[in-house]
Design a protein around this ligand. Structure first.
Ligand code: CS2
Ligand code: MG
Length: 407
């Protein structure tokens, strides 16, 4: 199973994706998602210049050994670009192994721990009324868990709400330079409980309700928010504060029983070591795509399971359908699985990625095709040229009324 070719593709079917394709001498093909929102070209250059040449001639069967070689052999360990590139190789090799064994990846990992993965979608609104409509539409689609975000009166642009007329939030901005936004923590903290109150009043407590603070609060503010929304029984409050200083989550924990989720920007087990060991959070949101692939995320999941912490992977549209499928396979196996984010994909996106998963009654299943179960359609991908875009900022400028700090 010697590797003969490793190629990188960049495409933009509505949004940018980077895909690595590995081919063995015997003609088996594996794909891996190398998309890092707003930094796509950095990862594709890293793969093309530094990783692909090193893969040629290696035995595709030895996934762990190749992982260690790329991680330790680079000398410059960790970081989002490196770990996204390693993840793409890792997933492509699992795809090949699955095809060689004629098994879906979840079977190779140890088999299913469940019949399907509970997923949560996004309901967003420029007003609470619009949010209620969107929530209703998502319930009709079958979702049993929804993340709710709404515009905060007095703040020009609120995280998680689309900039144009569309009701779908897109986490990237196409254009020449990233945009900066104004922000007021004071307004957010006083309005957020009203959003959950309106949803619970209208729809009751049967569905799982989630919310993303997108790193904008200090630990004390996060503790205040968590406490003020306890009655609404959130499934989780996500990224209440930046996690570079893992110890800062102690403050939140001491003050609220609202469950906390964190980790969509983590790329290594070291990013969450203290959070896990001290049980400072309830869900880890790291993904296969950005945290070193199935091989590394499996280690994080196992470590978290020792402390009764569950996994709740990131799954916005900036994770390609190939990356989503990798997360689904791992999620089928993970004993301490919690939930998977799933925003869904446009028709154009799905014309480039032929997927095999099914969505029913709020649950996703990766399907039973050998390997990843996703075909990358190169001719279609070639139609859409990559366009410069940026991750939407999580650094908001203070407005003149701001009383507290920005992140
Ligand atoms: C978000 C993302 O899905 C989420 O929870 O936080 O929209 C995030 O902003 C993007 O993935 C950034 O690339
Ligand atoms: Mg998030």
């Amino acid at each position: 199973m010697k590797i003969e070719k490793a190629e990188v593709f960049v495409t933009c079917p509505d949004r940018n994706y980077v895909i690595l394709k590995i081919t063995t001498e015997s003609g088996l093909v594996g794909i891996g998602d190398a998309t890092l929102n707003g930094r796509e070209i950095a990862v594709s250059a890293y793969l093309e210049n530094h990783i692909c040449p090193q893969l040629i001639g290696k035995d595709a069967k030895n996934i762990e050994d190749i992982w260690q070689l790329l991680y330790r052999g680079a000398y410059w360990r960790r970081g989002p670009v490196t770990m996204t590139a390693i993840a793409a190789v890792d997933v492509a090799l699992w795809d090949i192994k699955g095809k060689a064994a004629n098994m879906p990846i979840f079977d190779l990992l140890g088999g299913s721990s469940r019949d399907g993965l509970l997923v949560y979608g996004h309901a967003t609104g420029k007003s609470i009324d619009q949010l209620i409509d969107e929530y209703h539409k998502h319930k009709e689609m079958g979702y049993r868990a929804l993340r709710v975000q709404a515009s905060i009166p007095g703040i020009e642009r609120s995280y998680g709400v689309s900039k144009d007329k569309s009701s779908t939030y897109e986490p990237a901005t196409k254009g020449a330079i990233p945009e900066e936004e104004n922000w007021s923590t004071e307004k957010y903290l006083s309005y957020a409980p009203k959003i959950f109150d309106a949803i619970r009043n209208k729809f009751g407590f049967d569905d799982h309700l989630l919310h993303d603070a997108h790193h904008r609060l200090t630990p004390l503010e996060a503790a205040q928010l968590g406490k003020s929304v306890e009655d609404f029984k959130l499934f989780w409050l996500e990224d209440p504060t930046p996690a570079e200083n893992q110890e800062s989550f102690r403050m939140i924990r001491q003050h609220t029983t609202t469950p906390i989720a964190v980790g969509e920007i983590f790329n290594s087990i070291w990013d969450c070591k203290t959070l896990i060991e001290e049980q400072l959070v309830d869900y880890i949101r790291a993904t296969v795509c950005h945290a070193g692939g199935i091989t590394h995320l499996r280690r994080i999941a196992d470590f978290a399971s020792l402390y009764q912490i569950k996994m709740g992977a990131h799954g916005p549209s900036d994770i390609s359908p190939a990356g989503m499928a990798a997360g689904l396979h791992l999620g089928m196996w993970i004993p301490n699985f919690g939930i998977q984010e799933f925003m869904g994909y446009s028709e154009k996106m799905l014309s480039v990625f032929n997927v095999n998963w099914t969505f029913e009654d709020g649950y996703l299943h990766p399907g039973f095709k050998p390997g990843l179960g996703v075909d990358f359609i190169e001719d279609e991908a070639a139609k859409y040229l990559i366009s410069r875009s940026f991750t939407n900022s999580s650094l908001n400028r203070r407005d003149s009324l701001e009383l507290v700090s920005w992140v």
